[in-house]
Write a protein that binds this ligand. Structure first.
Ligand code: HEC
Ligand code: HEC
Length: 208
């Protein structure tokens, strides 16, 4: 009898521990995140995480781990180009880990942007071939290998589909100059020549 009670207690402890470290954020953290998303983040990123202005990235449908990593990078001031500093360092400073996790889960669960209308089919077609096949003679790997054939991201590699072209271009530039210091993307961005970046950004913006 004693052993049964002991193992039942052990079970109860284990499930409490799992709840604390599990994937789902606590209900209070999620409630706070929903409030913050509407009252603060939504001003720039849109209430549903799809922004109306190309300077502000869409967050909806983005990888949860990627979002959390970026918010922590803004908070520790390690993701640092001029816009990150001006807009996001201050936003991320007061967020604790639980709120970051809950905000990331919230945006990851929302449907991603629909993708824009194609205005320059030739440019978009060039971007598509670059995205899917890379340009190996310039040392540019296929983006699809990490960001997924549909641009929806793979595991922690971020979603790019439906993202504003202006934002994408600015990030490629920041990777190239190491203002946003990420070794793998520095290599990729440095190989993009001429209007390659513009083509791939136009293609990605058009993807649902
Ligand atoms: C005043 C406008 C503004 C507000 C408010 C704001 N952001 Fe941002 N956010 C930006 C800008 C601008 C960028 C792009 C920074 C850059 O270019 O590096 C950004 C980038 C981000 C990114 C990186 C996205 C990516 O694809 O890498 C995340 C995540 C993010 N914001 C989350 C939030 C959250 C969560 C809040 C609310 C707590 C918030 N933002 C509030 C302007 C804002
Ligand atoms: C070997 C894997 C890999 C390949 C190949 C790759 N990327 Fe990335 N990319 C990443 C990682 C990892 C990140 C996230 C960087 C970070 O943590 O800040 C990223 C981030 C980005 C971002 C920033 C997204 C955002 O929301 O801010 C853009 C834009 C991007 N990649 C474009 C491209 C393009 C265009 C190509 C192809 C020409 C490409 N990537 C190829 C791994 C890769």
């Amino acid at each position: 009898m004693k052993t049964i009670i002991r193992s039942l207690l052990a079970c109860a402890c284990l499930s409490t521990a799992l709840a604390a470290y599990g994937e789902d954020p606590a209900p209070e953290a999620l409630a706070l995140a929903k409030r913050v998303a509407i009252t603060t983040c939504g001003t720039c990123h849109g209430v549903q995480g799809v922004s109306a202005q190309p300077k502000f990235p869409n967050l909806a449908g983005q990888s949860e781990n990627y979002l959390a990593a970026q918010l922590k990078a803004f908070r520790s001031q390690t993701r640092g180009d001029a816009d990150a500093l001006a807009y996001m360092w201050g936003m991320a400073a007061p967020l604790d880990d639980d709120t970051i996790q809950a905000l990331s889960a919230l945006y990851a669960s929302k449907p991603g942007a629909a993708g824009s209308r194609v205005t320059d089919p030739a440019l978009v077609a060039r971007g598509q071939s670059l995205y899917l096949e890379g340009k190996l003679d310039q040392g540019v790997p296929a983006c699809a290998a990490c960001h997924g054939p549909d641009g929806h991201g793979i595991a922690d590699f971020p979603r790019l589909a439906g993202q504003h072209a202006q934002y994408l271009l600015k990030q490629l530039d920041s990777f190239q100059t190491n203002m946003r210091n990420v070794a793998v993307m520095h290599g990729v961005a440095s190989g993009l020549k001429g209007s390659d970046a513009e083509a791939v950004a136009a293609y990605l913006e058009s993807l649902p």
